[in-house]
Design a protein around this ligand. Structure first.
Ligand code: KIV
Length: 261
């Protein structure tokens, strides 16, 4: 049975999930077919694609057009998983109306839910309005990469008690606003555990320890395709090296006349 928002919610609300929720990112039809075929519960078209697929240093340059192309491609590659698409920087911050328009376009492109960053009052008001209009929202607190300039880098958040309390308050406010789950990125494991206990919606951790209701990683990191991985990523294969070796063998065979045979 295909994964729905309702199923993700019920996962936690009918008791702690028997198995944590597995989430992987995708940015095109091939990566979508791979992670959906592998059995991911949620395929996230994360704005990290700006860095892993488009070569930017941050997620900030990504446009709605970039994201819509990726969302449509991923939709075509997914059969079972829930497809969640990130709202790119500046597509939802300037007004709630713009946010509704941007999120609506993502749903028209095939997303079943959108994700946006932040748990401050403006973000919470936006989540509330999107949910009122029938657009499911996944929250994202802790390290919010779209705020990298304010955070002073891709650093762990929530290290002090005051910061931890703020992140917990933000996560609770997102739940109150109707978010169906929230990402907890790069925060101490004990804080993620406390937030997970305090919420009735599932938490999806990345660099947030083992106590979340689910885990997400960027697929390019998992597959060893990216040139660099964050310290909390686990690399399960070394496809970058294998791909370079295969491409180099092709070049050698063409030059030596061994291909075509
Ligand atoms: O953009 C992304 O890939 C994300 C995940 C890492 C949570 O937001």
């Amino acid at each position: 049975m295909a994964v729905s928002v309702d199923r993700i919610l019920r996962w936690k609300q009918t008791g702690r999930p028997a198995q944590p929720i597995a989430v992987l990112t995708a940015w095109d039809v091939m990566s979508a077919q791979i992670v959906d075929g592998a059995g991911a519960d949620i395929v996230l078209v994360g704005d990290s694609l700006a860095m892993v697929a488009l070569g930017y240093d941050t997620t900030l340059p990504l446009t709605m057009e970039d994201m819509l192309i990726a969302a449509r491609a991923v939709r075509r590659g997914v059969k079972n998983a829930l497809v969640v698409v990130d709202l790119p920087f500046l597509s939802y911050q300037s007004s709630v109306e713009e946010a509704v328009r941007a999120a609506g376009q993502m749903l028209k492109a095939g997303a079943q839910a959108v994700k946006l960053e932040g748990g401050h009052p403006a973000a919470v008001a936006t989540v509330e309005r999107l949910v009122q209009w029938g657009i499911p929202v996944m929250g994202h607190v802790g390290l919010t990469p779209q705020s990298v300039n304010q955070l002073g880098g891709f650093r762990q958040q929530g290290k002090t008690e005051a910061e931890g309390d703020r992140i917990l308050t933000e996560a609770k406010a997102l739940e109150q606003a109707g978010a169906f789950s929230t990402v907890l990125e790069h925060i101490p494991a004990a804080l993620a555990r406390d937030i997970t206990k305090a919420l009735s919606i599932p938490t999806i951790g990345i660099g947030a320890g083992a106590h979340c209701d689910g885990q997400v990683l960027v697929t390019a990191d998992v597959l060893g395709l990216s040139a660099w991985q964050p310290p909390f990523a686990k690399v399960y294969a070394n496809l970058r090296q294998q791909a370079i070796a295969a491409a180099a063998e092709f070049c050698t065979e063409v030059r030596s006349g061994n291909f075509p045979a």
